[in-house]
Design a protein. Structure first.
Length: 77
């Protein structure tokens, strides 16, 4: 479990410079249009939902694999 958290934390740390360097010099017309019509919140909600789902799926896989490893180690003894 600790390994997954460290991988996720490392991935977030690697994304921070990319996000900071991608700041535009002028206003983005598409974002302004989406923000004014309220569609930007739908886009953000979908992204957050997908990311949360992926993280929960990875955590559940880690738990299942850990359980299988423990069962495998007990049967070999």
């Amino acid at each position: 479990m600790h390994k997954i958290y460290s991988v996720l934390f490392s991935a977030m740390l690697m994304l921070i410079p990319a996000l900071l360097m991608s700041q535009p010099n002028g206003p983005i017309e598409m974002a302004d249009g989406m923000r004014s019509s309220g569609k930007i919140y739908v886009v953000v909600a979908v992204i957050v939902t997908l990311f949360t789902g992926l993280v929960l799926y990875i955590i559940s896989l880690d738990r299942k694999i850990t359980k299988l490893e423990k069962e495998s180690n007990q049967s070999h003894r």
